[in-house]
Ligand binder design. Sequence first.
Ligand code: SAH
Length: 231
Amino acid sequence: MSIFNFDVITLFPKAFELINNLGVLTRALDKNLIDLNLHDLRKYGEGSYRQVDDKPYGGGAGMVLKPGPIFKAHESINKFPKSKTLLMTPQGKVLKQKDLLRWSTLDQIIIICGQYEGFDERVRSLADEEISIGDYVLSGGEIPAITIINGLTRLLPGVLGDPNSLKDESHNSSLLEYPQYTRPKTFRDMQVPDILLSGNHEEIKAWRNQKMRDNTLEKRKDLINDKDKKI
Ligand code: SAH
């Protein structure tokens, strides 16, 4: 049995083919560490046209996803003991690394992807959490869903070759990661800092700690003192 199950309700299951071409994710699927079940919303559409959307009551532009097909699709999913349903919406709480960590101890995440103008308000009652991947509007919830699947999968045991790579990385604490260098020592007149070539592990550690602070102050001052980020 896989350690983690993703179930996605979507009108565009083909969008998730991207996952088969995303390195770490592809390996996690091959090694059966994750299971991805796509539930084609069209299959639950109503009438001979398998209708999933309709005009908004009260008028206005575009089409809204009907509640019936989404409820039916959600009811068809086999629920695991530790399961949460996430609704993709630009009105949701903005996704943070600490959310991915929190969900990584569940057995299952069910993701509902919207399209068009969004979904009937009553769909919200299915959701444990409403999640946005940032303050902008995309045409559908598929890219947000892939974002969550990608970010969560790399946190699962056995997925990354070296689990230590999760320790110091950006957004694991309130500080961003330190600068990284690899060969060559000189590249187009730009040098690798001497300290990294010194072999002095204590000094390297101190330098890296300092750089994490400098880096965060320079690029994301807002993260410092953001208590919400401390995990
Ligand atoms: N009219 C809606 C936006 C619809 S966008 C509104 O103003 O709130 C269509 C669908 O794309 C949404 O239902 C949602 O599932 C997805 N989507 C768009 N932007 C998103 C974001 N930033 N985060 C998560 N999902 C998003």
